[in-house]
Design a protein around this ligand. Structure first.
Ligand code: GLU
Length: 485
């Protein structure tokens, strides 16, 4: 195999999991680094658990993360179909070949019998493996069972001597004694392939050169290598990634927070931050700078340097990283990303320019995009603003505040330059100086009065910019409403 070909093979039995996104990313990086192809295969042989909506979610999530595939169900390629449910006619002929050549056999054991065997092993505290009961059935016995209407499954005959091993790209030499592996089913009695069989046939036919996936698949890899060898096919190279654990070291699950990529997006995470964070679950930058985009990571990615141990999914770190991305993202792009979180406001109240300025001055403290919702209420509502109860008592109703507000209305507001922040900045400076020198009012207090009247709050974004966005008429009206008659 000369060309590097890797794949991600999700099963559409749920929305794309963040762990699968990490596996997809590492495959993608490996392909990019080596001028290879990145392939998407949808493993939907389990028709009962698979669902079209989940397949769509897988496409959307991978695309949102920028992990575009070179071959796949939607884009096609030379080795399709890329959806397992459309490949059902491919598997039986390979299974038949294995039976004919003595590598596999028909098994007539019923579920009941198999359950009983399993119970027995548990009772005897033995690791369970299939007894091999149907290994040596005669033609006559088989015909008899078939005549009874029992449909056989097909089991792979695992040699019971010696060991099987491979040199893992991430973990180094791995091996296991063959007598720990029981004969396993490759075709179910209903004629559909099991995961271990379908995956080998597909990887073989799709000329996959490297299989990079989670270490929970190591026990499958031994079985898959046995199948490759029986088929006399070239065995791909394997690399198994450590697991992703929650901060409490248990399996990452819903109770820890979001787990699906789409859920993170709905909560207000940027996909650029998410993919950067996910890369750090196993990979570390050679220059120590963790904030990098996918292209930069691809340049610095070596599969043999990926950590072989488990990684902890630190939500706190992801939050920090998301904040960093929010702070540095180009404003027009950020506005587009943030719009879904402004749905409760009437965005037509602001021009695109005003909207961009609003985001520019409010993004600093955001951790999640969704934090914006509560940060910007005072930019909407035009001539009216909701005043927080304590702001009324603690600021607006004070005599000094009333003095400032009246002066603004009577002597200043109509000459302020709302469309020129620089001038407006100086005009507010004049206001502060005037009250400090003539009334002994602290500059901070002067500003509080104005901010409270205009925004209903005592703190928030840059006041000059807020005034500029709201404009003369809205600001004037809000101040007039705050003046006690
Ligand atoms: N469909 C399998 C899964 O989602 C693919 C595993 C593999 O990469 O072989 O776990």
């Amino acid at each position: 195999m000369d060309k590097i070909r890797v794949r991600i093979a999700p099963s559409p039995s749920g929305n794309l999991h963040i762990g699968t996104a990490r596996t997809a990313l590492f495959n993608y990086l490996f392909a990019k680094k080596n001028n290879g192809a990145f392939i998407l295969r949808i493993e939907d042989t389990d028709l009962e658990r698979s669902n079209e909506a989940y397949t769509q979610n897988i496409y959307d999530s991978l695309k949102a993360l920028g992990l575009n595939w070179d071959e796949g169900p939607d884009v096609g390629g030379d080795y399709g179909p890329y959806q397992q449910s459309q490949r059902f006619d491919i598997y039986p002929k390979y299974a038949q070949k294995l039976v004919e050549e003595g590598y596999a056999y028909e098994c007539f054991c019923t579920q009941e019998e198999l359950d009983k065997e399993k119970e027995e092993s548990i009772k005897n505290k033995q690791p369970h493996k299939y007894s091999g009961k149907c290994r040596n059935l005669s033609e006559e016995e088989k015909n008899e069972l078939k005549a009874k209407g029992i449909k056989p499954s097909i089991r792979f005959k695992v040699p019971q001597n010696g060991e099987i091993g491979f040199n893992d790209l991430v973990k180094g030499e791995l091996k296991v004694n063959l007598d720990t592996i029981g004969d396993f089913v490759i075709m179910k009695s209903n004629g559909t392939p099991t995961y271990n069989f379908a995956v080998v046939i597909d990887d073989m036919e799709m000329k996959i050169s490297h299989v990079i996936r989670g270490e929970d698949h190591i026990s499958n890899t031994y079985k898959q290598i046995l199948i490759y060898e029986a088929l006399k096919a070239e065995v791909p190279k394997f690399g198994h990634l450590g697991m992703i654990l929650a901060p409490d070291r248990s399996k990452l699950s819903k109770r820890h927070g979001a787990t699906a990529v789409s859920e993170f997006v709905e909560k207000g995470y940027l996909t650029d931050a998410l993919i950067n964070f996910v890369a750090l679950l196993g990979w570390s930058p050679s220059d120590g700078n963790e904030i990098k985009n996918v292209d930069e990571i691809a340049q610095d990615f070596r599969i043999n340097e990926v950590s072989s141990s488990n990684s902890i999914f630190e939500y706190d770190k992801l939050n920090w990283m998301n904040g960093q991305y929010i702070k540095k993202m180009e404003i027009p792009k950020l506005v587009e990303k943030i719009k879904p979180f402004l749905s409760k406001y009437d965005l037509s109240e602001l021009s695109q320019k005003q909207l961009e300025r609003m985001i520019e001055i409010t993004r600093e403290p955001l951790t999640l995009l969704s934090d914006i919702t509560d940060e910007v209420n005072y930019f909407f509502g035009g001539k009216n603003v909701e005043i927080e109860e304590n702001v009324k008592n603690d600021v607006l109703n004070l005599e000094v505040s009333q003095k400032v507000l009246k002066d603004i209305i009577d002597n200043r507001i109509d000459s302020w330059h709302f469309d020129d922040e620089e001038k407006l900045h100086d005009e507010l400076a004049d206001l502060r100086t005037y009250f400090k020198e003539n009334e002994g009012i602290k500059p901070k207090q002067t500003m509080w009065a104005l901010r409270a009247a205009v925004t209903g709050k005592t703190h928030g974004a840059d006041l000059v910019a807020i005034l500029g966005i709201l404009g003369h008429d809205n600001v004037k009206s809000r101040i007039e409403k705050a003046i006690l008659s």
